[in-house]
Design a protein around this ligand. Structure first.
Ligand code: 5CA
Ligand code: ZN
Length: 417
């Protein structure tokens, strides 16, 4: 799939030396801060949208978290290979299409287009590989066939399930290693989040669907696993393996994906490749609105496109989201936009007229400021502290400044002043 146009990212000189400049990131699997250290290049996968009711501020907040990670890596001199999926065939999407009488493909296309526009307006760096499930049906069918042939999958009627117990014996993967959850919690989350723990005939109630055989009225494709369509977790395992390879740097998404999605995507990938899926599992907190998680199923949504239509500056939306630490759960209040607009105005006023040269002392201060900005972001993407660093500088109203600070704000925070 076509992604969207990349914003320009200015280089901020001097570039920090490579060693020691990798960000620390909280890893869900080990529950601690770890270095998100790329090999030759940083390889990042972030779970993409299921294209309906996009883009709400919860989605935007999650993508901004990983946008910040990407900007920190790039600023430190690393190349980044970023992949993202689109879940364009799945039960909730098909249900929504059915309810509204729209063809599911039309719904998905329109929503992906809206998402692209929102991401572009927010200056989110696009993925290098933006892959819809419908583009990789054949590969997912083949992967399912491989798992069947290795006895790591089995059929219940014509549907195919992943055999968790067999995979744990055969692959470098253990259920619970990523999420740290106990079985009872897993069972209830599985039922809530698209699983079918009560289906008779499964070897383990937690075994997830890999391939769903054709049903009347549902889209289906021929494949090595039979006529049907992919289950959910396998799409991300296959897309990630195809484009990033095994054992990549960071697997990301919102915290609602910790279980079952990321746990079982990791299981499928380990069973297919013989290696762990990723090194770090990073999760963004949930944005709530009117007391509950902002979600399509509850309908309590604030859409980026709606705010843009109302004439809200996308930079203010970005600043309002960056004002929260990516890992915290927080609630959106409309006043947050006013605060962000005030902040944006103050930054613009202070940085409106960069000059070519400033006194040596002022230049050193600017460099120290950029160092503080970088340090905040390297510390588990602490954007609230990063914004405060700029606020303090702006409040002190330096008489003249070069373009170093606005360039750093653009490169690292994605705000072009
Ligand atoms: N297509 C799947 C992932 S493979 C999916 O979860 N799609 S989604 O459209 O529901 O969500 C897209 C991304 O936004 C996911 O990373 C999800 O974790 C995140 N997300 C969803 N709701 C919120 C929310 N309220 N706050 C923060 N992030 C959210
Ligand atoms: Zn995913």
């Amino acid at each position: 799939m076509r992604a969207w146009t990349s914003p320009e990212v200015p280089r901020v000189e001097p570039v920090p030396g490579a060693a020691g400049d990798v960000p620390l990131l909280f890893d869900t699997a080990t529950q601690q801060l770890v270095e998100a250290r790329p090999d030759d290049i940083a390889r990042l996968y972030v779970c993409g949208i299921t294209p309906y009711d996009a883009t709400h501020l919860g989605h935007a907040s999650t993508y901004l978290a990983f946008d910040t990670l990407q900007r920190v890596w790039r600023d430190a001199g690393y190349r980044v290979h970023y992949a993202q999926n689109i879940t364009d065939v799945d039960d909730p999407l098909l249900e929504r299409a059915q309810q509204t009488g729209v063809d599911w493909r039309t719904l998905a296309d329109e929503q992906v287009e809206l998402f692209r526009g929102d991401m572009e307006a927010l200056r989110v760096l696009p993925p290098d590989d933006y892959v819809a499930v419908t583009e990789v049906i054949e590969q997912i069918g083949r992967a399912t066939r491989i798992l069947l042939d290795r006895d790591l999958a089995y059929r219940v009627e014509d549907d195919v399930y992943f055999d968790i117990a067999a995979a744990q014996d055969a692959a470098p993967w253990i259920l619970g290693e990523e999420s740290g959850l106990g079985r009872d919690t897993m069972l209830s989350l599985s039922a809530e989040r698209g699983g079918d723990p009560d289906r008779p005939g499964k070897r383990d109630p937690l075994d997830p669907l890999l391939w769903r055989a054709v049903r009347p009225g549902e889209p289906s494709w021929p494949s090595d696993a039979g006529e049907g369509r992919p289950g959910w977790h396998i799409e991300c395992s296959v897309i990630a393996l195809m484009h990033l390879g095994r054992d990549f740097t960071v697997q990301g998404g919102g915290s609602d994906l910790v279980f079952p999605h990321h746990e079982l995507s990791a299981g499928h990938a380990a069973a297919l490749s013989g290696h762990p899926l990723a090194r770090v599992y990073s999760h963004a907190g949930m944005v709530a609105y009117r007391g509950e998680k902002m979600s399509k199923s509850l309908g309590n949504l604030v859409l980026v496109s709606r705010l843009r239509e109302q004439g809200v500056d996308a930079r203010a939306i970005r600043l309002a989201l960056l004002a929260h630490h990516y890992r915290s759960d927080w609630e959106w209040f409309d006043e947050a936009l006013t605060e962000a607009q005030v902040r944006l105005g103050a930054w613009q006023a202070a940085m409106a007229h960069p000059v070519a040269e400033v006194a040596a002392e002022a230049a050193l201060e600017e460099q120290a400021l950029v160092a503080r900005l970088r340090a905040a972001l390297r510390d588990d993407l602490d954007t609230p502290s990063a914004l405060r660093v700029i606020d303090h500088w702006v409040a002190a109203s330096p008489p003249a400044l070069t373009d170093l600070v606005p360039r750093a704000v653009d490169a690292l925070l994605g705000i072009r002043l």
